[in-house]
Every structure is written in structure tokens, then in C-alpha cells.
Design a protein around this ligand. Sequence first.
Ligand code: DLL
Length: 444
Amino acid sequence: MQQLWNDIHGEIHPFSSLDFLPKNEMRALQSQRLREIVKLAYERVPLIRDRMRQKGVSPDDIKTIDDISRLPFMQKSDLRDTYPDGLFAVDMKDIVRLHASSGTTGKPIVVAYTAQDLELWDSSIIRCLKMYGVRSGDVVQNCYGYGLFTGGLGLHSGAQALGCTVIPASGGNSERQMMLMKDLKTTVFASTPSYFIHLIEEAKSRGINLKELPLRIGVFGGEPSSESMRKFIEENSNVKPFDIYGLSEIIGPGVGGECEYKCGMHILEDNFYPEIVDPDTGESLPDGCEGELVLSTLTKRAMPVLRYRTHDISTIIAEPCKCGRTIRRISRISKRSDDMLIIRGVNVFPSQIEIGVMRVEESTPNFRIVREMKNDMESLTVEVEIQDKYYGDSIQQIEQIRKKIQASITQIVNIRIDVKVVEPNSLPRSEGKIKRVYDNRAKA
Ligand code: DLL
């Protein structure tokens, strides 16, 4: 299999060989790594030690990777409650980098890396980039935010370690982004998918044809990219979109990504061990069942995170992948357990509304969901920008489109939701992660 891979794709990068490890070797590696990291965490992190004691589990009870389910869970509030350094497992002198979440209110969460952790991060990004077909010599325009966010520096360092030319463009200033893309002959574009869609629209309005540029690969993550977003990207550029997944608490981007078969995201499970649990009860669910993704860092030393409740909803796919990689996959993430809205007793996810909007051909990917109180009841209004060419139509024709969008959403969520057609380019655009839901309930 490895030879076949080499013939098709060229040499396997040394780091990527772990992607092809036989199952039993992977389990042995995971078991050994789990034993070591649990020991370190127990010795050095009071929160983990106390929780394990409360559960009656000691490091000696952890023998194989299957014992992971005996460990207590961790969640975001643990990082907040121990702010800034309560979860660090090594001395400050061994920590060479700190990142933090951009949390809108209160204190952010802080995450730490040793020099060895940064090498692990680089190798993880390299393994993902190799899956997408990025090679040494590619020109990577990195539009993830630089600074405390893990996207910018994380992707930058990994791409550079692979031998790419990296342009640290960061987000914003569309005109300059397009100039860089054209003049520096960018081949790989890394950003949130919504930001790239915004650039496509900007390019169109300036008469620039992105298809004439050498761009070929998109490294899109930080937020879900729906099928319709991908279709829009493929129709309007030569960019092949690939998902990259990650979260600050675990390492940042590079926890997993898609191979060329695009049937879920391979998780680099020798470093980041995935489980699926029932979001309500925390009970472990078998491969193939949908539930909340729980991740454990098996190798990160500065801040080991064990059984972290991500709130991301996914499924583990254990079947072999056509690419030959043996590391398991998770289904692409389109929703979080905490972004569910309950409207008149019905559960509604923003991703379902997106599907409803995008099934109508007159729509654009630009929409937002406004939560309001009307007569003491919560109501949702979906505001949708329709394509320029239809906005000039008569009021009756626009009303027809509005009704079409409303019917399409109702078909998916099973309740009637208000829809408002709004002027093209009137909704806020994002330079990073898109904000879909606006909560105006308190303003009533
Ligand atoms: O967004 C890290 C990252 C940067 C990933 C750049 C990929 C690219 P956080 O800000 O901590 O970290 O947000 C993590 O973003 O729990 C998911 O809900 C969401 N997310 C990240 N990647 C994807 C993806 C970075 N590919 C949270 N698909 C996660 C869907 C994603 N959701």
C-alpha cells in the first residue's frame, strides 16, 4: 500500500508514516502515550489529580487506551477557572509559547506549548497539508488571524516547516489580499471558508477572475464549511477546498483534516485521541454513532488535556479509507451541541437553516439568524441576501423568492420561521469566523 501511495503521490513525509500504522501498532503507541501523559498530568496538575481521586482512578489503573473512558472529563470552564496557568504541567521556563482564545467577554482561556509541543504541532500541520496535496515549493497565503488566535502562527509554522513559502497575510483588506494572491502567485489559500467566499464576492465586484490565478488548494477551517459553501468556492475559483480541524484547547489547527477522498476528516489519533459520547449523559458511544466529540492530547506536555468535551457533534468512522491511511476519521462538523436553538419547543441548528437557504438558487451564502422576543415568545428571523440580479426584480417577484426560502427552511426544521430578503452586501462580513446568530432578545 505504501509503495502504491509513493507511486501516486511521491514519498510519504516521515511524519505522515504514522498515518499508515497498522491498527495494533497504533493501539500500542496510544496506550504507551496515554500511560505517560496521565502520569505527568496526575503528578503536575492538581485539577486532574483531584478529579481522578474523586473518581477513584489512579495512574496505575490506566494500562491500555481503552482505559481512557475511566478518566474524568474536562471542559472549557476548567480552563477558565484555573486561569491563567493552573493547568500547566511543566515549569514556566520550559514554556516557549502561549496562545489565548479571543473570548468576547471576561477572561480568555490560555494555552501553553513547550518547544517539543511546537514540533508536534508543526508535524501535525504537515500531515494535514500532505493530505491536501500541498508540497514544498507551494506559496501559502495564510489569512488566519495572527496573534493570540492559534490559526495564524500555527498554520504558518507548519507550512514553513514543510518547505512552503508562507505569506503571513492575516485577515482583512481584501484588495491587498487579491494583489498578493496575484503578484506573489499564491497556490494555497488558508482562511475560514466564509472569508474566502467574501473574497470571491469582492473579486467579482472588481472584475477579477480568480480562475486565472494559480490558486489550487484551500485550507479551510475554524468554522464549518457546508456543501453549498464548497460548491460556491469550486464554481467560482479553481480552489479545491479541504477541511482542517482543530481547537485551541487541544493544540490549534491540525487535529485532523481531509484526504483527497473527502469522506470525513482523518484525526491524528496517535496525538489526539477521539471518542464520541452522548452529549446529555456523557456515556461513551460506539464508532458510527453520532454524538459529542471528546478529545485527549496524548503527547502535548505543557498543558495535557484529557477527555475534553468539545461540544462539536460528529461520528467516528472506523472503516478503512481509500487513501490507505489507517488513522480513523470523524464526519465533518456542521453543528455544535451548544449552538442548538429551541424555538417553540423544536430544536433548530443554524446548519439546518443554511441548508434550507442554499437550496434556493436565488440565495447567496450570506444570511444571518436574528433571535428576538415577540409577545413574550422567542422568534427567529432569517435575513437573506439574494443575488444581485434578482434584487432588481419587482416587489412581487422578490416576495416569491422570500416565500420559496421560507418553504425550503420549513421543510427541514418543521416549523415556520420568518424570512426577510435584504439588500445585497448589507449583512456584516467576517474576516475570521462568521457570526450567524444575532441575539436581540434582551433588546426587546
Ligand atoms: O478555530 C483552530 C483552528 C484554526 C482550526 C484554523 C482550523 C483552522 P478555536 O478558536 O478554539 O480554534 O475554535 C475551535 O472551531 O471546536 C469547532 O467548533 C470549530 N472548528 C474548527 N475547525 C473546524 C472545522 C480554532 N474544520 C472550534 N469544521 C471547534 C467545523 C470547526 N468546525
